[in-house]
Each structure stands twice: as structure tokens, then as C-alpha cells.
Design a protein around this ligand. Structure first.
Ligand SMILES: *Cc1c(COP(=O)(O)O)cnc(C)c1O
Length: 383
């Protein structure tokens, strides 16, 4: 049996998405910048996908720019705003638990002379709007806070932070890679100026995403060259991927509500089942304000990596938050920011459920997991 529980890392491409893409690799290969029929066909397909993306976040199609994914969107938002607005100020506010695409970009901007405040979070992973207020300076030009965290699933008070930014004329960027297509997003109500999304987290292809840039936002492009994407993202459009992205958005919109309920139910079954079968399991992240399919836990006395490898042998695919940096395994920066010790952080794993998971999948994990933990704990006691 094979049970894939790592949907926050990536998702399988939906068969309907692949089907929609294939014609654009075969007969419909035109360059969208050309004027003959083949090119016009590609242009229409791109604009159709753009409309779908825009609709799901209540934006205008002209405010959607296709990129190569979440990482490029985050880079463009942060560097683009920083370099276009440095005369107004050099201060950026973000949080300690952002994705590395935001954190590493901020560290780069620090080297370029910008100042960055990395806000702390509470033990559930929440950023408190009062902390944002406290961090503001006269030179703050940008606030970047993710909608939901990829490791623990905690959902942030985006609208409250958006209001703080808008009232002061500070740009507000949010990484919604984990929430787009899963939770309702309204850029107007939430006062969002820039927003990053990625297709491969919602059953679309890898290497395609988008950045929403509110009309009127002053931003430099990351890539220079052709006039694609209204001169904000040069390079011939990846038409098949954009078409697949559009199809994935259509499917996400159609199933969003039912899927959230389905995933919440399975996730709770998994957590309650694990807790009743294995001692020393604790939840990481917010108990309620959390992504429907995300379950991050610590398992006392067991290393996350050891669990991952043992579950892999049984066909169960999960992840640990830790990154392998230069040969040594570093505990997750997100879990450390919650106030966990390095030990507790190393004892953690993440399950992230998705569309194709079933109750049978959960039953299989609940069947396998206790024995795996028993074995590993036996070893760790002896060692
Ligand atoms: C996956 C992810 C990204 C990166 O997106 P890519 O399309 O893989 O570059 C950025 N932010 C978050 C929160 C993510 O989960």
C-alpha cells in the first residue's frame, strides 16, 4: 500500500489538469506574443487562466502576473518593492516562521542595506497584530506575513495586519501558497497589495505560479527582457503550465468547501487515533486556526527522520520540518520559533493530507504507526 501524506510539499497533478495541458505541448504550441492564429490561441488560453486565478481572490485579471512559482513570486514581491521604494524607506517587517523564499530574500535585502524586523510568534505560531504595530517605524515600506504556515498550518490574522498596513500606506505582501484554493481569499477585504501563489500545491504542474500586484503598487521587475506580463515578468510564457494552473484553479474552486470538510475530518481521525494508540504525542501549531489537511506532531523519544525512514518502508510518505544543511540536520526554524527545544523540534513530523486520501489511508497509518514507534523507542532506550 502507498499512502502519500506530504501534500504541503507538493501534490500529484490532477488527471483533468494534465488533459487540459497536453494539447498545448502538441498542436497548440504557438508563442502567445505572435499575431497569427496559433499565437492568438495561446494568448486566449493564458488570459482565460488569468481570469480564473483573479476570480478566486477577487482581483482584476490585469493584477495577476504569471511567474515560475511561489519562490519567484516571493522574490519579486520583496525585492521588487524594496528596490522601487528605497527612497521612501528601508524597513521591512516579516515573521520568524516565513517560508525560506521570504526569509532568505529578507536576509539578502539586509545585505543590500535594508533593515528587517523578524516578528516572533506565540506558542501556536500566531503573529499578533500588536507586534506589527510595535515594529512600525517611519521608514517601514513593506510588511510580509504568510497566510498559513506550511509546516504547522497555523493561519494568521491577515485582514487585521492588512488594515494596519493600508491605513499607513505601507505595502502588504502575503505568501498564500498554502491557502490559495483551500481557504477563501479576498484581496480587497483583506487589504492585500501583493500575494504569492503556486500551482503545484493545488494539483497543478510544478514551475508555474502567480503574483497578484494591486493596481497602483510601485514595483521593479525581477527579470528584464521581453514585454511579457506587461513588462513585469520577461520571458516567453509557459503556456501549457499556465493552462494547467487555470484548470487546477477551476477544480479547487469547485471542491474547496467539501474538500476542507473532508480533510479536517480525516486529519482529526488521524490525530485522535494516534493519540489513543501511542503515548507522548503532542500537537504543534494552532488547535483550531489551522489548514484543514495539516497535522504536525512531536513524538516523544523518537527522531522525526527515523520515523520518516521507517514509515517510508511501509509506503507512507510524510515529512519532517528540518532541513539538511551541510550534512547535519538542523531543527525546523518554525518549531523553534514556537518556543520548542531543539530536542522537541527534532522529534517532530508533519502529515499533510490531500484530495485523494481516504479513511482507508488513515486506518493503514494508524495500524502501522504504533509498531514503528515501539521499535524505535526500544532502540533509543537501548542506545
Ligand atoms: C511551497 C511553498 C513555496 C514555494 O513555492 P514553489 O512554487 O515551490 O517555488 C513558498 N511558500 C510556501 C508557504 C510554500 O509552501
Amino acid at each position: 500500500m502507498q499512502v502519500y501524506l506530504d501534500h504541503n510539499a507538493t501534490t500529484p497533478v490532477d488527471p483533468q489538469v494534465l488533459e487540459a495541458m497536453l494539447p498545448y505541448y502538441q498542436g497548440k504550441y504557438g508563442n502567445a506574443s505572435t499575431l497569427y492564429a496559433l499565437g492568438r490561441e495561446a494568448r486566449i488560453a493564458i488570459d482565460d487562466a488569468r481570469e480564473r486565478v483573479a476570480e478566486l481572490i477577487h482581483a482584476q485579471p490585469a493584477e495577476i502576473y504569471f511567474t515560475s512559482g511561489g519562490t519567484e513570486s516571493d522574490n519579486t514581491a520583496l525585492k521588487g518593492v524594496a528596490f522601487a521604494n528605497w527612497e521612501r524607506g528601508n524597513h521591512i517587517i516579516t515573521s520568524q516562521i516565513e517560508h525560506s523564499a521570504v526569509l532568505d530574500t529578507c536576509r539578502y535585502l539586509e545585505k543590500q542595506g535594508f533593515e528587517v524586523t523578524y516578528l516572533p510568534v506565540d506558542r501556536f505560531g500566531k503573529v499578533h497584530p500588536e507586534q506589527v504595530l510595535k515594529a512600525l517605524t517611519a521608514r517601514t515600506i513593506l510588511i510580509s506575513i504568510m497566510h498559513a504556515n506550511n509546516e504547522i498550518g497555523t493561519i494568521q490574522p491577515i485582514e487585521e495586519i492588512g488594515v494596519i498596513a493600508r491605513e499607513r500606506g505601507i505595502y502588504f505582501h502575503t505568501d498564500t501558497v498554502q491557502t490559495f484554493g483551500k481557504l477563501p481569499i479576498d484581496v480587497k477585504r483583506m487589504k492585500i497589495d501583493l500575494l504569492s501563489i503556486s500551482a503545484h500545491k493545488i494539483y497543478g504542474p510544478k514551475g508555474i505560479g502567480a503574483l497578484y500586484i494591486r493596481k497602483g503598487v510601485n514595483i521593479d521587475p525581477l527579470l528584464h527582457g521581453g514585454e511579457q506580463e506587461r513588462k513585469r515578468r520577461a520571458g516567453t510564457e509557459n503556456v501549457p503550465a499556465i493552462v494547467g494552473f487555470g484548470k487546477a484553479v477551476e477544480l479547487a474552486k469547485k471542491h474547496m468547501k467539501a474538500e476542507a470538510q473532508h480533510l479536517t475530518k480525516l486529519r482529526n481521525q488521524l490525530f485522535e487515533g494516534l493519540q489513543s494508540r501511542v503515548d507522548g504525542i503532542t500537537l504543534n501549531g494552532h488547535p483550531v486556526d489551522r489548514l484543514p489537511g495539516t497535522l504536525n506532531i512531536s513524538v516523544k523519544y523518537v527522531k522525526g527522520e527515523a520515523l520518516l525512514l521507517q514509515l517510508d518502508k511501509q509506503g507512507i510518505y510524510i515529512s519532517t520540518g528540518s532541513a539538511c544543511a551541510s550534512g547535519s540536520i538542523e531543527p525546523s526554524h518554525v518549531l523553534l520559533a514556537l518556543g520548542m527545544s531543539e530536542q522537541e523540534a527534532r522529534n517532530s513530523i508533519r502529515f499533510s493530507l490531500g484530495r485523494e486520501n481516504t479513511e482507508e489511508d488513515i486506518a493503514y497509518v494508524l495500524n502501522v504507526f504504533p509498531e514503528v514507534v515501539r521499535k524505535l523507542r526500544g532502540i533509543s532506550v537501548l542506545a
